[in-house]
Design a protein around this ligand. Sequence first.
Ligand code: SF4
Ligand code: FES
Length: 267
Amino acid sequence: MSAQDSGHATMNVKLIVWRQAGPNQPGKFETYEARNITPHHSFLEMLDVVNEDLIKQGRDPITFDHDCREGICGMCSAVVNGVPHGGQERTTLCQLHMRKFKDGDAIYLEPWRARAFPIIRDLMVDRGALDRLIQAAGWISCHTGGVPDGNSTPIAKRDADYAMDAAECIGCGACVAACPNGAAMLFAGAKVSQYAALPQGQVEAPERVAAMIQAMADNGFGNCSNHYECQAACPKGVDVKFITRLNREFHKALALEMVGAIPSTKS
Ligand code: SF4
Ligand code: FES
């Protein structure tokens, strides 16, 4: 059944989309019409409709990243009208719906733009730099074997809640795209804080934070200069207080290095 036959009101919107055939190709904006879109279409479903039309016309569909389409995987990534994920508070692009737009609207679509995220094609970027930060963060000293008793390592509810808030990060990279410095401090702060708050993560906490700070520099991320754009763009509400924790943990690591308690933090 077509959207027109569904009985829902439909709208037409104009899309001005960044098209780029490859990492080293020049890119440019191209304009498309999205027709007969209902307010219940998600943003990505609207792009599906546009792509079906393009394919029928024998033209290249718009490349964009997605996976779960339910706000948990962190794959969807496009800047809508200048705002990563489209600017609806605590909402990923896949959960943004067309009811937020009006008939006749013009919508600009661009990829994440950051030095650490090279464009692969159209709206798809390579976010492997975030994976390399996670790899640098390493591991925790948990012994494999039987499932430990949940009560064997008591954790205060306050600490568990704090770690859970940090663990909400889905690794989408919107914080990097929103930051004028292309910094990954909110992402790294969430990961460092999540582990530093829990006994299992405290053993390697100094080495972890030192390695992540080094990896941020090595992978082309900038530094935080307190714009707070990361927090505003984050679809999971990750708070900049985790950047404060990142800095505090790093200074603790430097102090431990000075007294020779951990290996050098410099590569
Ligand atoms: S901190 Fe927020 S914006 Fe940054 S990667 Fe995590 S979920 Fe995405
Ligand atoms: S597609 Fe998974 S969070 Fe949007």
